[in-house]
Design a protein around this ligand. Structure first.
Ligand code: FMN
Length: 410
């Protein structure tokens, strides 16, 4: 199968994933919550920001390389933590991590993934980050942090926007639970997708057994009960700033807080020791009707200044989306579903194709914008159809850029 012709873009990979994966896991990956207002807005926001390119710029030596936490990467992209890759492809987390390594970008492994963090480190390597959910028993979460440190993970992402599971009604309708529940409905769903049934579920059954949260400590696994997917994982609704202080004390590497949309919260997280902020609405999977991260990104960039590295995620499907976010001040973009579609469609090759698409699209957009380096990108290359998206100070920055050009040209 030639993925280059079969999948021209991320949406093609989604179609391939849809054909391969049963409805239960596919919808769990693909959909949002309630009326899916957030899910739609995460995409629509990009239409309200347009490009304003420059011409007569030699872009023949352009590069999409960028530095994140002092390490050079091939493009401003990170694979976001998603607990599902291992349900879409046999040990999908290893496939994703290998694709990330080959593409020269970091991979983040979720607490709720199906493959143990040590195996991902051993079998994929590369720049690995670990995502943590805080559990009611904090000592269990801290146990995971210590394991991640021992396994060589370079950054810890603590997710703070999940005080309650999102309302994903389709999981109940689809009978999609973890561990899997076998009913007439789910059995028919699986039988209709034989490549998945044999290649994913079949392989688990003859190797490690029913896919499960392999990073959970034994005590956590014992406390788990079967429930609609996404609700069965342990959660806490009592996260406080002291929790961040405690993580800062035990984690010696970079610490990223994921799921922030308020500039004051972001500044406070930095005060409590965060090195990075991920501006995210969880891909529209938690609170419905929430703003898109792009609608608040410039304010958060302003609020944390140079004190922390700003990431953004939710809704990114095109290189042009990434370029817009970087122009608004993000250091890099995290992608969730885009690479999940790839891994669900064709394993490591599919994930690699997703990353290749982003790389090609970012480089093409840089050329068409007249930009040679990621660092050159700024709001001067954007036009805001919706002025509420315009960063504060843009006019001043534009004037400064024009003044600098006038001086250079004189
Ligand atoms: C299927 C799925 C599972 C996810 N699981 C987690 C998770 O376990 N922890 C977490 O912090 N974020 C999780 N996320 C959110 C992603 O990290 C990211 O914020 C989101 O996918 C970005 O939106 P996008 O999918 O439109 O790129 C998940 C997302 C998806 C799609």
């Amino acid at each position: 199968m030639d993925l280059r012709t079969k999948a021209c873009n991320i949406f093609d990979l989604r179609e391939m994933a849809l054909a391969r994966v049963p409805r239960g896991p596919f919808q769990f990956m693909d959909r949002g919550t309630e009326e899916e207002i957030s899910l739609r807005n995460n995409r629509e926001v990009f239409d309200r920001i347009r490009f304003k390119p420059r011409t007569f710029v030699d872009v023949s030596k352009r590069t999409s390389e960028t530095t994140i936490f002092g390490v050079k990467h091939k493009m401003p992209l990170v694979i976001a933590p998603t607990g599902t890759a291992g349900l879409l492809w046999y040990e999908g987390e290893i496939a994703l991590a290998r694709a990330a390594r080959a593409a020269g970008i970091p991979f983040s492994l979720a607490t709720g993934s199906m493959t143990a963090m040590e195996r991902v480190a051993d079998e994929a390597g590369g720049e690995l980050w670990f995502q943590l959910y805080l559990w009611p028993d904090r000592s269990m979460s801290h146990e995971l942090v210590n394991r991640a440190r021992a396994a060589g993970y370079k950054a810890l992402i603590v997710t703070v926007d999940g005080s309650s599971a999102g309302n994903r009604e389709y999981n109940i309708r689809n009978g999609f639970t973890l561990p899997f529940t076998l009913s007439t409905k789910t059995a028919i769903d699986m039988l209709r997708h034989p490549r998945w049934l044999l290649g994913v579920m079949g392989r688990y059954m003859v190797t490690t057994g029913m896919p499960m949260y392999q990073n959970y400590p034994a005590a956590a696994k014992a406390r788990m009960t079967k429930g609609p997917m996404g609700r069965s994982s342990l959660r806490t609704d009592s996260i406080k700033w002291e929790d961040l202080d405690a993580l800062r004390k035990i984690w010696p590497h970079k610490l990223i807080v994921k799921g922030m949309l308020d500039p004051h919260d972001a500044a406070e997280a930095v005060n409590h020791g965060a090195d990075g902020i991920d501006v995210s609405n969880h891909g529209g999977r938690n609170l419905d009707g929430i703003i898109s991260p792009m609608e608040v990104l410039p304010e958060i960039v302003d609020a944390v200044g140079k004190r922390a590295t700003v990431f953004v995620d939710s809704g990114f499907r095109r290189g042009s989306d990434v370029v817009k976010a970087v122009a608004l001040g993000a250091q890099a973009v995290m992608v969730g579903r885009a690479t999940l579609y790839g891994v669900a469609a064709a394993g490591e090759a599919g994930a690699a194709r997703a990353l290749e698409i982003f790389h090609e699209e970012i480089r093409r957009n840089m050329a068409l914008l007249g930009v040679n380096t990621i660092a050159e990108l700024g709001p001067q290359y954007l036009k805001f159809v919706d002025t509420t998206l315009r960063p504060r100070g843009t006019r001043a920055q534009l004037r400064a850029v024009d003044d600098a050009r006038a001086v250079a040209e004189a």
